[in-house]
Design a protein around this ligand. Structure first.
Ligand SMILES: [Zn+2]
Ligand SMILES: [Zn+2]
Length: 160
């Protein structure tokens, strides 16, 4: 009854996939200042060597955990990194405090690791991963320009 399960890749999607794997210039993935706003519970801020500034909330970072377990869970639920888990509609929502790390520490010279208060700590957030998921308006616009919103592609649109 539907074409679910058949994956057609539009040119835009293809361009986005390619852009996602293109290496970033070194100055774009070299942090000049890293601020983990633990006491404020705010999130992470990075000033990059190329002058760009990025900021992420802890909630976003927790839902974007790049570890294999979280990646798999997101894939199964069709969530993008940073997208919150769906809430169960049948149960009264339980109060859960916003995610916060108990501590954070650098991993080598390439990444940051959070020890979340819920006990999770498997995710290694590389500078590359963080820069690619910059939340600023400028980057959001650039992502949209490069990839475009996903739109359905009818089979007769595919000319070859
Ligand atoms: Zn994880
Ligand atoms: Zn940005």
């Amino acid at each position: 009854m539907s074409h679910e399960g058949i994956r057609l890749m539009s040119n835009e999607e293809q361009a986005r996939e390619e852009a996602a794997h293109r290496p970033l210039p070194k100055i774009a993935v070299t942090p000049e200042k890293v601020r983990v706003l633990l006491t404020e519970g705010k999130g992470l801020e990075i000033d990059w060597a190329d002058g760009h500034k990025s900021a992420w909330s802890f909630a976003w970072l927790r839902d974007a955990c790049p570890c294999a377990t979280c990646n798999e869970e997101r894939n199964q639920q069709g969530r993008k990194p940073g997208q919150p888990r769906p809430r169960s509609g049948t149960l009264l929502p339980m109060y859960s405090p916003p995610p916060r790390p108990a501590s954070a520490h650098p991993v080598g010279r390439y990444a940051l690791q959070f020890n979340w208060q819920d006990g999770h700590s498997g995710g290694i957030y590389s500078w590359d991963y963080l820069r690619r998921s910059c939340q600023c308006a400028e980057c959001a616009f650039a992502h949209a320009e490069a990839g475009g919103a996903p739109r359905p592609v009818a089979p007769h649109d595919r000319r070859s």
